[in-house]
Design a protein around this ligand. Sequence first.
Ligand SMILES: [Zn+2]
Length: 162
Amino acid sequence: MYRKGHLGVSLLVFAPIGYGLVSIGEPELSLLTGAVMVWLAMLPDIDHRLPIISHRGPTHSLLFAALVGGVFAGAGFLLEGAFTVAGFSLAAFGFFLGFVSVFAHLIGDTLTPAGVNYLWPLSTKTFSVYLTRADNTIANQGLFALGVLVSAAVMGLAFGVF
Ligand SMILES: [Zn+2]
């Protein structure tokens, strides 16, 4: 999956989360979540630029999602007490945010024939729902448009614009 397709999938995954956060009275956190998910939408593809790591290997796994979650949990832990968020700990929310940001990328790549080895390094089996080739322009543009449309509509509802 290319950048636009990934952004679209990330926005689709964000929509219900963002709605939920606004509905429990955390609009700023909702916007922050959307921003982080868009920012990290391509993070697993840093493996293109890392010499020893194979593409769609370690950075395309639940383990990597948990690792990024751990980094965000650490940041949340340091900020704990600085402000409160709807009764849940910032460390726990940080973990969720890091994890789901990477997980959204994995979902995008699952739609392509090469698939994703979610259980790396425990398994070599890749999981794929062959919906489109990664370089399919219509699929990438379509997912992007759908993600923008759905998240805008859902956030519009959440903020009471409609
Ligand atoms: Zn990827």
